[in-house]
Design a protein around this ligand. Sequence first.
Ligand code: MN
Length: 146
Amino acid sequence: MNLKEYRQKRQFTRTPEPAGEEKSDGKTHFVVQRHQARNLHYDFRLEMAGVLRSWAVPKGVPLESGVRRLAVRVEDHPVEYLDFAGTIPEGEYGAGTVEIWDKGTFEINRAEIDLLEFTLNGEKLSGGYVLIHTGGKNWLLIKRKE
Ligand code: MN
């Protein structure tokens, strides 16, 4: 995992987003950003291996157990993106407004190549979730039954 694709897509002289660096402070944070781009979506990011593994979730992270939401894997983002909110200018990648919808910590319960189980401890989101890889960039994000 690295930030090459993230950086290639952006001009840091023009966007307020952080260029970032790959690093880890041993803590595992998550963030959900509401991104009003060409299409509204929610970006779900988990701090893993020094970067934020990221998925775009068109309908948002489910609050009720059993609900399945498409989550499209996107490029890793720098850890500094946990705190990013602002406006990405017209003409730039991801142009639009980014707001922090929820943030907190998480712990991994089970990790396999195509499956990730974790527990979120956020303000809006809490409890067990699972991400299941269904092919290509597509994953399903499901809130587990307690
Ligand atoms: Mn986005």
